[in-house]
Design a protein around this ligand. Sequence first.
Ligand code: SF4
Length: 405
Amino acid sequence: MARQFRTAGHEIVASAETADMAVVNTCAVTTQAASDSRSKIRNIARAGVEQIIPTGCWTTLQPKEAAALPNVLRVVTNDQKDSLVPTALNLEPSAFDLEPIDRTPIPGLHRRTRAFIKVQDGCDNKCTFCITTVARGAGRSRPLADVISDINSALGGDSKEIVLTGVHLGSWGQDIATELHLRDLVNAILRETDVKRLRLSSLEPWDLDADFFSLWTGSRLMPHLHLPLQSGSESTLRRMARKTTPVSFRELVNAARDVMPDAAITTDIIAGFPGETDDEFAETLDFVKEMRFTGGHVFSYSPRPGTGAAKMKGQIKPELRKRRNHILQEAIEESAKIYREKFIGQKMSVLWESTTEYGEYGWRMEGWTGNYLRVSANTPSPRWNEVDEVELQEVDGEKLKGVIL
Ligand code: SF4
């Protein structure tokens, strides 16, 4: 969208105070996310933006509510999102058919260091807690050639890392041809582009098999897997309609660690899913400890109207959801800390993503290793968007401090 606005002669600015128009990509994954989306729109209106266009999942689910927020010009639901810019500017969609591929940096935290390339949208599963399928519709994959061309233009614009994203990334290809799999996409990207750091975002465990990890033969695919577990209890997973069990999840993680013993394996977990008994919670906690996740998010269950789980009996009291969330977070933080400590003394490549001036010490850089360790180092001059070899020296909270070699 930013690229299309630019092609049409507009400028992308860093703050709402200087913007004439704002597009707000709203989220509905939790009630909190929906409420944050509304606040964002109100704040932007208060900052003086006179034309606001909400889009994304919350807007799609609650279009009237979105239209009633201050300074909203028009709402654009997900099915119309591809033509948001031409519609907003009253241009023919064909005006963008021959757009020059322009990837100059967009103001914002990550700017162009990591390019997130969406390869897939929607999902054909029906996990009972998930509103995403309602908001995003059936799974659809982007053609391989389009993905390759997007990656090449991001690399041309000097992005140093490519992250493949999708609502259900692991299902890429299935709607194009039954025999196509995400591994074909990854292989093609490695073969046909010069990407040096390729990362996969969230992958549902049932889309992968042990053979998938044979992709990690070289150093271009980052040793990091985000595998959403959601629960470590078989009965809870069944109520969630997840197509996995603790047994198959364990086998998958073991297969990944056989190939990449030091890979980061992160996860998502829901605390306090409807009907979650003390025993089921204890099973989840044991399983989480056993998996030794290197990081992750724990969400307190939040009922989303229109989902199966919202209607289930045995909704858990919010205080208990919170308590369980806290316990699970502590367990993940413990294994994450052990994981971080393992790398003290090692040399690793770090892509610097943020730069702050640091008095007489020069510059404080922060960035990520391939296996998703957050690293900081001081440098005499800024090294933003550079990849450096760093010796990791000590743990500093959730980060590691290092020295550039
Ligand atoms: S697989 Fe993911 S996106 Fe699809 S329904 Fe389940 S949680 Fe939602």
